[in-house]
Design a protein around this ligand. Structure first.
Ligand code: NAG
Ligand code: NAG
Length: 453
C-alpha cells in the first residue's frame, strides 16, 4: 500500500516537474490536430538528425519562455516530423526545420532569420489582428519611427477596405498593416481621394493606384521593402519573392580608394531619382564583398561593380564596361529592362550540371581547407589505388581485346579525375585556408529553406 502511495506521489511529482519544464515548449504528437483548434500555435517541425534543427532548439526554448512571460496567447510547440510524418505533410512540411504559426484555418510560414527576437516578433505580428488601428497622431508618429515601411488604409468602410483586410491577413507574414482616419496623418499630406492605401517609406509616401499598380496584393508585395537596402544572402532571397530584379552594387566597405563608396552613392541616387522608371521592376541595394555573389553566379565579379540578378530564373546581367557615371548606370538598367542586355547564367540543364559540379568542388575544397590531411586521405588515397591498379592492368600482357577496351576506358576516367584533383589541390593552395566556408554553407542553405512553403 505504502509502495503504491509512494510511486503515486513520485508519478505526480514527475508529471508536475516535467510539465513545468516542458510548459514553455510543448511536445506535440498525433493528437495535435484535434487539440489545437481553439489556440494559436507556433510550431517547430523538426527531424532528429537535422543539424539546423539542433541549432534551433535552444532558440526555440527561449521563444517559448519569452512568449509565455510576455502573456502572449501563442502556444509554442515542437513536433518530430519524421515520427508523425502524416501530420507533417498535412501541414505542408517539406524541409527541416519548418516553423509555422497556425491560427484557425490559416497556416503561416516563418522564413526569417532563426533568432529569438525575429521569431517572437513574427509570432506577435501574425497572431494579432491583421489590420491594426492607429487612433491618434501620436500613435501614427510612434509607428512611423518604429517601421521603415508602413502600410496605412485611410478612410471609412469601403470595398477597398475589404480588399485591404484580405491582403493583410495573407501578407501579415511580411509586414504590418494599419488603418487610420485622415486627420491622424500629417497635415502636409494631400491625398487626391479617399479611401486610399498609402505606403510610407524612404522619407516619402506613395499611394496605391489600381489602374497603374494592378492588384493590391502584388503592389504590397512589391512595395514592402525600402527602395534601397543593404543586401545579404537572406535579404536577396526575400527580395526575389517580390518578382523584381535586384540591382546590386558589389562593394568593399573598407575600400581605401573610395571607389566603392562612389558606386554605392550612385546606385542609391538612381534608386531615388529614377523611382518612377525603375521601381516597378527593380530593387536596389549594395552587398559588402563578392563571396556570396561569386558562389551564386559560379564566377567572379570585380569589386566594386554592379550586377543585376533575376532570382526567378537565376539569370544575371553585367555592364559592358565599368560604370563611372549616372548615365551609364541608367543606360545599363534600361538595357536590362528592354531586353537588349546580354543575360548570363539561368536555370537550364547545363547551368544545373555546372551547379552540381561547382557544389561538389566547393565541398571538396572546404574539406581540403579545413583539413588537408583528411582531404588527401579521402580523395588522394582512392585515386592512388585506382591509378596503381590501372597501371598494373595496362602494363600486364593481355590477349583479350575486350580487356584492353576496359582498361582503356578506366584509364581515360582516372586520367580525367586525376587532372581535376590536381586542379582542386592547386586551387586550394592558392585560395588559402581562411575564407569562404561559412558563405558557401549559407549559399547552399538559403535556397533549400525557401522551398518549404
Ligand atoms: C526574369 O525571369 C522571369 C522568369 O523566367 C522572366 O519571366 C522575366 O522575363 C525575366 N526578366 C528579365 C528582365 O529577363
Ligand atoms: C534599350 O535600352 C538601351 C539603353 O537605354 C538603348 O541603347 C537601346 O537602344 C534600347 N533598345 C531597344 C530595342 O529599345
Amino acid at each position: 500500500m505504502a509502495e503504491v502511495k509512494a510511486s503515486l506521489i513520485c508519478g505526480v511529482v514527475a508529471a508536475f516537474l516535467s510539465s513545468a519544464v516542458l510548459a514553455f515548449v510543448e511536445d506535440l504528437d498525433d493528437t495535435f490536430k484535434d487539440t489545437r483548434v481553439n489556440d494559436i500555435w507556433l510550431v517547430d517541425f523538426y527531424a532528429p538528425w537535422c543539424g539546423y534543427c539542433k541549432k534551433l532548439e535552444p532558440v526555440w526554448y527561449d521563444v517559448g519562455v519569452e512568449l509565455r512571460s510576455s502573456g502572449s496567447p501563442v502556444r509554442v510547440g515542437k513536433m518530430d516530423a519524421t515520427a508523425y510524418s502524416g501530420m507533417a505533410s498535412e501541414f505542408g512540411v517539406r524541409g527541416y526545420p519548418t516553423i509555422k504559426l497556425l491560427k484557425g484555418d490559416l497556416a503561416y510560414n516563418y522564413k526569417g532569420p532563426r533568432t529569438k527576437d525575429d521569431i517572437v516578433e513574427f509570432a506577435n505580428r501574425v497572431a494579432g489582428p491583421a489590420v491594426r488601428a492607429l487612433p491618434s497622431k501620436q500613435m501614427f508618429e510612434h509607428m512611423m519611427k518604429r517601421h521603415d515601411v508602413l502600410f496605412v488604409y485611410v478612410g471609412g468602410e469601403s470595398p477597398l477596405k475589404e480588399k485591404y483586410n484580405d491582403v493583410a491577413s495573407e501578407l501579415i507574414v511580411y509586414t504590418y498593416f494599419f488603418s487610420a482616419s485622415e486627420d491622424v496623418l500629417p497635415e502636409s499630406m494631400s491625398l487626391p481621394e479617399l479611401p486610399a492605401v498609402v505606403v510610407f517609406k524612404d522619407g516619402a509616401y506613395f499611394t496605391y493606384d489600381e489602374y497603374e499598380d494592378g492588384s493590391l496584393s502584388s503592389w504590397v508585395n512589391k512595395e514592402r521593402f525600402q527602395g534601397y537596402l543593404q543586401i545579404d544572402g537572406f535579404t536577396l532571397y526575400e527580395l526575389g519573392e517580390t518578382g523584381k530584379l535586384v540591382a546590386i552594387a558589389v562593394i568593399d566597405e573598407k575600400d581605401p580608394t573610395e571607389e566603392s563608396g562612389r558606386l554605392k552613392a550612385l546606385i542609391q541616387r538612381v534608386a531615388k531619382e529614377y523611382r518612377e522608371h525603375f521601381n516597378r521592376d527593380f530593387q536596389f541595394g549594395h552587398m559588402d564583398g563578392n563571396d556570396y555573389i561569386n558562389s551564386l553566379i559560379m564566377g567572379e565579379v570585380t569589386v566594386p561593380s554592379v550586377i543585376i540578378l533575376n532570382t526567378s530564373n537565376e539569370q544575371y546581367f553585367l555592364p559592358g564596361e565599368p560604370i563611372e557615371t549616372m548615365e551609364q548606370l541608367v543606360q545599363f538598367i534600361s538595357g536590362v529592362l528592354n531586353g537588349s542586355a546580354q543575360a548570363y547564367g539561368g536555370d537550364g540543364i547545363i547551368q544545373r550540371i555546372k551547379r552540381v559540379a561547382f557544389d561538389a568542388r566547393s565541398t571538396i575544397m572546404s574539406v581540403f581547407r579545413s583539413s588537408p590531411l583528411l582531404g588527401c586521405f579521402l580523395f588522394g588515397l582512392p585515386l592512388g589505388v585506382i591509378s596503381l591498379m590501372c597501371y598494373g592492368i595496362c602494363t600486364a600482357e593481355s590477349d583479350d581485346g575486350s580487356d584492353d577496351m576496359d582498361a582503356l576506358k578506366r584509364e581515360g576516367l582516372t586520367d580525367e579525375e586525376e587532372e581535376e584533383e590536381e586542379e582542386r589541390q592547386r586551387a586550394a593552395e592558392l585560395e588559402g585556408p581562411d575564407e569562404g566556408e561559412e558563405e558557401e554553407d549559407v549559399g547552399e542553405k538559403d535556397p533549400e529553406e525557401k522551398k518549404t512553403d
